[in-house]
Design a protein. Sequence first.
Length: 130
Amino acid sequence: MCCACGGGCNGTWDGQVCNEEGDDGDDGEPEPEVCEDTAEAGATDLVGDGCDVYAEFPMYCYDDYNTSTFDAWTMCCGCGGGSIPDDSVVPPEPDNDDDETCVNLDASGVVDVFGDDCAAYTRYPMYCDE
């Protein structure tokens, strides 16, 4: 469903049917930058877990182990925080006019169990593996 995760339509999308045109998906454009955790080096929550643990176990994001110097929701990419570098590449929105770029198939408001749409997966591609 989402291009960032290997889904979507690599052809023309008429709103219901994807007409694949043999595109290999490599349009020569650079990949978007990956999110960077913003927690200070060595910063951890109340039980000693840093952003690396939240990236591996995103279900921990729902626990409340934040401290005055560590907030997983705002600092850790695994919880939807972190930051994208200013010079990151943002893929262009397809215009659906015989455009051979990938088209996300979430136009009807489809979201995952966390309420994330394809834009969230484009920004945080590490979510694709979960």
